[in-house]
Design a protein around this ligand. Structure first.
Ligand SMILES: [Zn+2]
Ligand SMILES: [Zn+2]
Length: 177
């Protein structure tokens, strides 16, 4: 039972990180910035303009950048804190998040066990993720589950972070430039 709880915690940690990284991509990064414009910013902007475009890409094209980032973070965590089932589940969440995001754009094409997991919300459902794309892209940044977004949006985490950006003199990107 405790293992299942730890697996859930790790999964939610990965969900939270997916939301933070996604918020940074949408609100802070910009097209043309050094080093990561081509690999991170432009695919993100393209996804906002044409959400189904990445469904025709290979798994590597969709998830490669996230895999590298996940491996780096997981390696650091393992080195600093050591192995746990929380770590294992967070690692799995990081590696799978791009595919789970893609599944959320496939609508009714997802069937079987993954569909059941979507209905439970353990992996993000199409109807839940549609909320990010339809509401000026300022809510539901987490892409792994249906669980954290309602809480984070209710608390107002993202507008608070935007306010911090404005306070320090940065104009939040609207996810389009
Ligand atoms: Zn977005
Ligand atoms: Zn999406």
């Amino acid at each position: 039972m405790i293992v299942a709880f730890h697996l859930l915690i790790g999964w939610l940690i990965a969900d939270l990180i997916s939301g933070i990284v996604h918020w940074i991509e949408d609100r802070i990064l910009w097209v043309g910035m050094p080093l990561i414009s081509k690999s991170v910013v432009e695919p993100n902007r393209l996804h906002h303009e044409d959400p189904r475009f990445f469904l025709d890409q290979t798994i590597w094209q969709r998830g490669g950048t996230t895999w590298f980032a996940t491996a780096a973070l997981a390696g650091l965590w393992l080195w600093l804190i050591g192995f746990s089932f929380i770590w294992l589940s967070a690692l799995a969440g990081g590696l799978l998040t791009a595919e789970i995001h893609a599944m959320a754009h496939r609508g009714n094409e997802t069937t079987g066990f993954p569909r059941v997991l979507q209905q439970i919300g353990i992996i993000q459902s199409p109807s839940h993720h549609a909320g990010h794309h339809s509401r000026a892209m300022d809510t539901r940044y987490c892409t792994l589950t249906d669980f954290l977004n309602p809480l984070l949006d209710w608390i107002g985490v993202w507008p608070a972070l935007e306010k911090i950006l404005t306070t320090i003199g940065l104009e939040p990107n609207r996810g389009t430039q």
